[in-house]
Write a protein that binds this ligand. Structure first.
Ligand SMILES: Cc1cc2nc3c(=O)[nH]c(=O)nc-3n(C[C@H](O)[C@H](O)[C@H](O)COP(=O)(O)O)c2cc1C
Length: 209
């Protein structure tokens, strides 16, 4: 096995981690030690991908000035979406204020990670492309959670309407690489309870729909 040997003082079981992972939008300013960041990224790299192509590329941004520049196109397009109501769910109204605040504070979030797909390393179909990055992103978030860090996944900067061209220009991301999503990462400044989800009876179908 290459790389990481993860030894944690108080280990969280995988199932505990899965059952307590939340989207945290407020972070302490403390920097993230590089060895923790390595654990998170190594964990991402263990995910499944179509034909084991491992098409992921992660752009890890720590520099405040760069984060401030990235915030502009992401916030502008987010506020435009909010104003137009495009794709906005009424049920989610209560988290939009927090989501907007997190975005406004982008430069203060210790690390942001653009999770990208190298289109030259993955099959042509869109389903394989996205299905080959999200398992890695979930691994990344679970590993972060297991070692006391917090995350929030967003899709800021992942399409033209969400500022992808400007984000790619600022970060120097090449043409053949697509931004899939963005993960905010830091030590949590809030403690959240367990995730609220539908009971499985609402969506599991046995043998047929
Ligand atoms: C595809 C996707 C897009 C998301 N976009 C945002 C976002 O733009 N801003 C944000 O604050 N949270 C975002 N989230 C986090 C969700 O709002 C969050 O997972 C959901 O409200 C459930 O909350 P919980 O994870 O804390 O249980 C996103 C999550 C996913 C999977």
């Amino acid at each position: 096995m290459s790389g990481v040997r993860i030894v944690m003082p108080s280990e969280m079981s995988l199932l505990d981690g899965i059952n307590s992972l939340r989207s945290v939008r407020k972070f302490k300013p403390d920097p993230i030690p590089e060895d923790k960041l390595k654990i998170v990224l190594e964990s991402a790299s263990k995910a499944a991908s179509g034909s084991n192509t491992q098409p992921w590329e992660f752009v890890v941004v720590r520099d405040e000035n760069v984060k401030a520049r990235l915030m502009e196109p992401m916030l502008r397009t987010w506020l435009a979406r909010l104003a137009s109501g495009t794709g906005m769910s009424l049920r989610m109204r209560d988290v939009y204020d927090e989501a907007t605040e997190m975005l406004r504070n982008t430069e203060k979030v210790p690390v942001i990670i653009y999770c990208c797909v190298d289109l030259s390393r993955v099959g042509k179909s869109e389903e394989v492309m996205y299905a080959s990055i999200y398992p890695a992103v979930q691994n990344l978030m679970l590993a972060a959670h297991a070692i006391g860090l917090a995350t929030c996944l967003t899709v800021h900067g992942s399409t033209s309407a969400r500022g992808e061209p400007e984000v790619k220009r600022i970060l120097g991301i090449p043409e053949h690489v697509k931004v899939a999503c963005l993960v905010y990462l830091g030590y949590p400044a809030v403690r959240l309870g367990h995730p609220i989800r539908k009971p499985i009876e609402k969506f599991v179908h046995n043998d047929r729909w």
